[in-house]
Ligand binder design. Sequence first.
Ligand code: HEC
Ligand code: HEC
Ligand code: HEC
Ligand code: HEC
Length: 467
Amino acid sequence: MSRISSLKFSLRGLMAGLGAGLLAMSLAGCGERPPIETKQLGYRGTGMEQNVNPRLEAVKQAANQAPASSEAASPDGPKASEVYQNVKILGHLSVAEFSRNMAAITAWVSPQEGCTYCHVANNFADDSKYTKIVARRMIEMTQHVNQDWQKHVAATGVTCYTCHRGNPVPANVWYKPADRKYTENSLMGDLAGQNYASKSVGLSSLPFDPFTPYLLEDKPIRVNGDEALRFTGAAANNKSTKQAEHTYALMMHMSQGLGVNCVTCHNTRNWQEWTNNPPQRVTAWYGIRMARDLNNAYMVPLTETFPANRKGVHGDVAKVNCLTCHQGVQKPLYGAAMAKNYPELLAPYKAANDGLPAPLAEAMRSVMYFAVGSVTLEGEQAKGLTQLVASMTADQGITATISGYHSASGELASNQELAKQRAFTVRDSLLAAGVAPGRVVLEKPLQAEANLAVEDPAARRVEVSVK
Ligand code: HEC
Ligand code: HEC
Ligand code: HEC
Ligand code: HEC
């Protein structure tokens, strides 16, 4: 009897020890030391919540701070195009603005190596270093993102720093991975790119290249067909398991890239449906298209420009995915709006009168448009003014109310001054043409900033209402 009870006793001790061991092991497997906090994202009961470890979050925050922007340079003085020999895209900047840009890109891309990372030391006009050719294209790429992908980057935008963070090669880029087989010369063929715990998909054994099909090619990101129980014909429900695995692999990358879980974009009771999803899913949808566009329109065409040591095993260039900009944070650099301090990176420069809408000369209303930074009416726009003067002279009984507007690009105080000067231009022209001062009224509009962000030719205008 006593023997049995002592056996029982030691068994119990063994179980307890094992239990404690298992608990420790399972916690070690979590990889994160508590505390973990949960943040509710969706409605009560939907189970939509984000797990946050404040200790890890603090480390991430410290690593993702935007550097301070240097002070704006004076737009006055000779233009870069007048002083330098080989400027193709930034010639419209003043020499001071141009130098500020060069200093900034050096700090963002090659702070260790300095100017000569892109330039031949004794001849800055020389284009023989590939890095300079790439950098010129990168400036255009950055302008393109900020101008044409606002549905993703909003007014926050990007600079070289968003991706580069002080490194010539951004820390997170992707190449087509080497083909992998079960074993050399295996009859079992290849692995359909999976069954290796891979970092690109959060150490899962999902397909480790979700990028080629979705961020370079345009394969459907789907796990379900949109019709049930139909196996033939165009609408066949033939979405394969393989396709589903690739879709999940991309989703793992997107979650990791942003440091979030699936419910940041999905209401997980139905992955496919859009109506009850957080708005972030729509932003992500544009993000996928944007990454694909940057890879196809900018990176791939630079393949011949890059030296062999910058290419992958298949000879392809380094490419962009979500991690390249986001680096594990839901909004890159926690949404710091650096780009607006570097207006030359917001949109490609358009020559002065380019792209201005035609002036309007209606019975009750005239509208005339101005070039960037300008208070004079040139070309077509001057004809709009001539027409206004003609109708004011023809009918002595009418008065003109004049309001000036400006675009959102640049500094607000100087823009407001521009808008005022533009209204003065039109007033002074009417007075000079002999219109009596009593028939000309200046009216400051309630909202002189006529668009939300960057340059918009339609925003830089004077409106005249005639009664
Ligand atoms: C990351 C690459 C890169 C770095 C680093 C860089 N530049 Fe440049 N630089 C360019 C590119 C690209 C152009 C051409 C711009 C254009 O075509 O509008 C250029 C043009 C110039 C020119 C005009 C030369 C001419 O006569 O055509 C000068 C001057 C210049 N850079 C100065 C500097 C200085 C000074 C530094 C260091 C503080 C620097 N750059 C660092 C990429 C770089
Ligand atoms: C969306 C991300 C992104 C942005 C924004 C970006 N780059 Fe890049 N850049 C890349 C990628 C990806 C590569 C390819 C990496 C490589 O060199 O193999 C690259 C490569 C380069 C290289 C070649 C470096 C080398 O050693 O091979 C230069 C120079 C460069 N970028 C300059 C710039 C400048 C200047 C800007 C800002 C005007 C900029 N980049 C903005 C992603 C970006
Ligand atoms: C950053 C936002 C975001 C995150 C995080 C995210 N998804 Fe998605 N998901 C999307 C978008 C956008 C689509 C649609 C893509 C398209 O159609 O181009 C999608 C599509 C899907 C689909 C395909 C639905 C269909 O129509 O067949 C599945 C399944 C899916 N996601 C699962 C997941 C899982 C599982 C996770 C977490 C591991 C996750 N998603 C994380 C944005 C996200
Ligand atoms: C060129 C850099 C860049 C790339 C590449 C990029 N993003 Fe973004 N993304 C941004 C910026 C900048 C913002 C912040 C916009 C804002 O302030 O609203 C953002 C915002 C988002 C948001 C909204 C976050 C929120 O809480 O509102 C989502 C979701 C997102 N990105 C998903 C993705 C996904 C998924 C990918 C890859 C398919 C991707 N992004 C690739 C730059 C990028």
